[in-house]
Design a protein around this ligand. Structure first.
Ligand code: ADP
Ligand code: MG
Length: 150
């Protein structure tokens, strides 16, 4: 089942993401898809806040992965630069690790992704309107979606 949520302001997006972040646990994996300017970084900053990360979160494009310290660690990955072949850099250590993973451009490493995950797609509907589609795979993520939609 797909859960839809609509945002009409970046602050609203950040607050919603923060609420989601506060529910996350070590080993949770979130995939984030959306065009440039959709709001992936805005959303990731909110998640980080909900995880208790104090450092500023920005785009990991040039480093592929950035690690942040919080209540639990955040591994923020952007695998865009790996190109369509999606070289294996040992991502499973992070997916099964002590932190929460956010993966941008995750389809590039489709074969390396865990089966259970929360897929989030952001659609840029108009200047301030964004449509979020949450596709949970696995009961843990189903529960999370039900909780954030309350
Ligand atoms: P991405 O990382 O996907 O390229 P960013 O989060 O960096 O996107 O940028 C999103 C841009 O869209 C920001 O300038 C933000 O202020 C703007 N914006 C406008 N409305 C929204 C909204 N409802 N939710 C998120 N961002 C929004
Ligand atoms: Mg970004």
């Amino acid at each position: 089942m797909i859960y839809k949520w609509y945002s009409s302001h970046p602050d609203e997006t950040a607050y919603f993401a923060e609420k989601l972040g506060s529910l996350l646990q070590a080993g949770d994996v979130l995939l984030l898809e959306g065009d440039l300017g959709a709001g992936k970084t805005t959303f990731s900053k909110g998640i980080a806040k909900g995880l208790g990360v104090e450092r500023n979160v920005n785009s990991p494009t040039f480093t592929i992965m950035k690690e942040y310290i919080g209540r639990i660690p955040l591994y923020h990955m952007d695998v865009y630069r790996l190109g369509e072949d999606g070289e294996d850099l040992g991502f499973d250590e992070y997916f099964e690790g002590e932190g929460v993973c956010i993966v941008e451009w995750a389809h590039i490493i489709e074969e390396q992704l865990p089966l259970e995950r929360l897929e989030i797609s952001i659609f840029h509907d108009s200047e301030f309107s964004r449509r979020f589609e949450f596709l949970p795979i696995g009961t843990r993520y189903e529960e999370i979606c039900k909780e954030i939609m309350k």
